[in-house]
Design a protein around this ligand. Sequence first.
Ligand code: LLP
Length: 426
Amino acid sequence: PSLRMDVQDGLLFEDVPLHLIAERLGTPCWITGAGTLRRRTRNLHHAFVQAGLDVALHYAMKANDHLATLTVLREEGCGADVVSGGEFLRAVHAGIDPAHIVFSGVGKTNAELTLALRHGIGQINIESVEELRRLSSVAQHLDLTARVVLRVNPDIDAGTHDKISTGRAGDKFGIDWERVPAIYAEAAALPGIEPIGLATHIGSQILSPAPFKAAYARVAEMVRTLRAQGLSVETVDCGGGLGIRYRDELAPPPSALAGAIRETLGDLDVRLAIEPGRWLAAPAGVLLTSVIDTKHQPEGVPNFLILDAAMNDLARPSLYGSWHGIVPLSPERAHADLVPQTVVGPVCESSDVFATARPLPALQPGDVVAILDSGAYGAVMSSTYNSRPFAAQAMVENGQWQQIRARQPVDALWTGEMLPDWLETQ
Ligand code: LLP
């Protein structure tokens, strides 16, 4: 396991004592485990190989877009799934071949499409007939051909949190099932467009193989329909969404996803790809944060544990009510008696809560804890709300560690702000 408790050094992540990093860089501080990223990528790849499948991995970099993370995943053979011009340029900057980049997302601007086409992007996932026609004129203007797949909305409920469900009719994502054949035929006829296949993505943190299988079965049916109409379908992009265990969830193993793909799409003679984000990155990250204070409450009410990280750093608990493990770094603290505590940050919002009535050992100001599984949708979703600078970051691997992002200096918070000239400068 990448995390373990040592009697001397306390909590280790990939054999690095986390207290060393907290002492040197201060808190809050994000840690990314490069070895964990590598191991998980290999495990995923292995599951497909075992199932007799050749599946390209396009890492959904929205989960964690740090250049060091992208570099590790590039070294492990991943391409990228991007959702903005910024992500595209970041991926290219990290050395990912544009031919291995897929552009997803429901609103791509003409400027973003132009940028991607000029760099020779491998695939653009089209979300509507309007976008398809717009891309056709952008590509014609550049005298280039866009390789597109149509993202279909299979009308499947992935059974996950409402805010991260994307494949139900009425969600903003994907093309209505019934309209796909006509739009695919139109794509084949449009100048500047080469339709190469279909994509689907039904949501995130999905904990059962059933909705994947249902969605892929519908896509397989669509591949057959299109081919029967004489249209060529070379590729199927199976999206992301594989869930992980944060607490006690029974997350499906990668072999279950591989099995679902093999059973539904395995005989179709299509190139296969997936876009995992969370599964690769979440367990590869922890957030270190110090106790500012403990706030005692009346008998019978859990005390507040006030940390120096807040919802502006890790937004998931306040946004989705999500559960993250919280572990003290010190071995003595980690083994002390547990008492229910409500863990909060300093931001002036009642939703700035990491955990409610969580059984934790009694802690003192200055004690450091790790908030686990925060490598996906963690640092990337940070803001500077309450004028709280972006936290420092470090990477660990094989007993070594190095800083990978400076803590944002406080005066950088107002860099770029200007005063209109009718206001008095002091
Ligand atoms: N592909 C597409 C088109 C997506 O929209 C997403 C995620 C992924 C791939 C990657 O999904 P994953 O493998 O990570 O489940 N902020 C939320 C999650 C939002 C996911 C959005 N789309 C959270 O913290 O739970």
